[in-house]
Structure formats: structure tokens, C-alpha cells
Write a protein that binds this ligand. Structure first.
Ligand SMILES: C[S@@+](CC[C@H](N)C(=O)[O-])C[C@H]1O[C@@H](n2cnc3c(N)ncnc32)[C@H](O)[C@@H]1O
Length: 248
């Protein structure tokens, strides 16, 4: 008997695209029905190829659509994203925000940041996305200060950069998220860059895998997040933030 998951995953052999635990034909059905590829996404992908960005690093349309549903559900207006690449996830997030909404998207690579700015302009969401050039670890203080000084916390924070920093970014996000805000994180079950090592392999020694295990454990047990992993693609973590109540 053909294992539908294994056969679908076989399609990804030799590529950098992360396989999915959902059988291929069902995944295609979900994506075609709820999140078809758009002209804007094709433009962003073309910009990624021109700029020499690696293939398959961007979130897929099913994950993008999920983010839109979640952002709409909480009436998000301001979203912080770590990891722009060509702007695919920024586009999905921006399209979920109302007029005047803003995605701040952090990118370490200057050429990629510039290519993303141009491409996001071209697909019509340039006004809604601020691509902020810099390393996440160097921008945390500034981002936090901005939130404090402007009294404008984020409605959602999406983690999609260096996985080894996820535990640190999880704790940091509590300083910039509003009550009821969302923490989103990609690759919490697997990544094509883990070179065959898996999340549950007791012998795995990749620091990113060890960090993701810590991240998932902390998020699952965190007293101020109600959270879950959606086994979509590489695994998406979703947490709803509820800050500690302060005594009157
Ligand atoms: C997986 S890609 C992001 C994909 C994007 N979120 C999307 O779905 O379209 C990760 C991006 O994070 C950037 N990056 C990696 N480490 C970073 C860091 N420490 N600070 C800022 N950006 C970083 C990489 O250059 C890359 O563009």
C-alpha cells in the first residue's frame, strides 16, 4: 500500500521545500480552495529568484492564509515580523490589515531588504510594510523602546529568522504584544535546513533543534500564553498572550 504522506514527501526530495504531514492531494485541495497562488505572490517569487534568494524559504500560501485568518480574528492593525526574505509573509499579513495598518518586517540582508521593498511596492502593499534593515538581536531594544514610547504594542509577532533565538524571542515578545495579541512561529516541527536531523531524534545535536525543543516546551507551559502547534507544513506555533493581571 502506498503511504500518502511518504509519497507526497517524496515529491520534495532534492528540494528545499519543507514537506507536509498532510497527504499531497489534500494539501493541494486545501491550497487551491482557500489559498490559491496569486499574481502578487508570483511577482514576489520572481523578485526572490532575481535577487538570488534561496528557494522554499518563504511561507506557503496555506500558512499565509492561516495568518490572515488569525490576524482578522483579533482585529490586528500592527504586526511585527522577523525575517522578510522577498516579502511573501509580509504580503499575506499586510493584506489582512485594515487601512492604516502596518507590518514592520526585520531583515538582516541589505540586498534582500531592498529587493523586498521594491517587490512589495510593485504588488501594492509598500505603504503597509516597513522593511527594517538589521539583525533582530540588535534591533530588539529599539523595537521595545518604540512600543513603550508610542504606547503602541503589536497585535502579532511572527518569528521566522534564526531558530536558535526562538526561546529568547518568545520571552521578549511579551514586552511588545498587547493583551490578546498573537505569537506566531514557523518551523517548530521541522526544517529542510536541519540536514536530516529531526525534532524528536534523541541524538540530534543541531543547536536549532535543541532551541526549538526548548521553545515548544516553554510556549506549551507558559503561564501567559494559550498555545498550540498546527501541524501545517514545517509546523506553525500559535500562542495568544494574556499578561499577568496587575493589582488595582
Ligand atoms: C525563512 S526566511 C523568512 C521568510 C519570510 N518570512 C517569508 O515567509 O516570506 C528568513 C529570513 O530571515 C533573515 N534573517 C536571518 N537571520 C536574521 C537575523 N538575525 N536578523 C534579521 N534577519 C535575519 C534571512 O536573511 C531571511 O531573509
Amino acid at each position: 500500500m502506498i503511504d500518502p504522506v511518504a509519497s507526497q514527501n517524496a515529491n520534495f526530495e532534492g528540494t528545499t521545500i519543507c514537506p507536509s504531514p498532510v497527504p499531497g492531494e489534500l494539501l493541494a485541495y486545501i491550497q487551491e480552495t482557500f489559498a490559491p497562488e496569486t499574481e502578487a505572490l508570483r511577482t514576489l517569487t520572481a523578485a526572490a529568484r532575481t535577487a538570488g534568494m534561496p528557494e522554499g524559504w518563504e511561507i506557503t500560501p496555506d500558512v499565509g492564509r492561516l495568518f490572515q485568518v488569525l490576524c482578522r480574528a483579533i482585529g490586528a492593525r500592527r504586526v511585527l515580523e522577523f525575517g522578510t526574505l522577498a516579502g511573501h509573509s509580509a504580503w499575506w499579513l499586510a493584506m489582512a490589515l485594515p487601512e492604516g495598518g502596518k507590518v514592520v518586517s526585520v531583515e538582516i540582508n541589505p540586498e534582500w531588504a531592498e529587493a523586498a521593498r521594491r517587490a512589495l511596492d510593485e504588488v501594492g502593499v509598500g505603504m503597509k510594510v516597513e522593511v527594517r534593515l538589521g539583525a533582530v538581536q540588535e534591533l530588539l531594544e529599539t523595537l521595545e523602546r518604540e512600543v513603550r514610547e508610542r504606547h503602541m504594542p503589536y497585535d502579532a509577532v511572527f518569528l521566522d529568522t534564526d531558530k536558535a533565538r526562538y526561546p529568547e524571542l518568545l520571552e521578549w515578545s511579551t514586552r511588545v504584544l498587547r493583551p490578546g495579541g498573537l505569537l506566531l512561529a514557523d518551523n517548530v516541527l521541522r526544517s529542510s535546513s536541519w540536514k536530516g536531523q529531526t525534532l524528536l531524534d534523541p541524538l540530534a545535536d543541531d543547536p536549532r533543534i535543541l532551541a526549538i525543543r526548548r521553545f515548544n516546551r516553554i510556549l506549551a507551559e507558559h503561564p501567559h500564553f494559550t498555545s498550540m502547534i498546527l501541524p501545517l507544513r514545517a509546523g506553525v506555533a500559535v500562542g495568544v498572550y494574556e499578561p499577568p493581571t496587575t493589582a488595582p
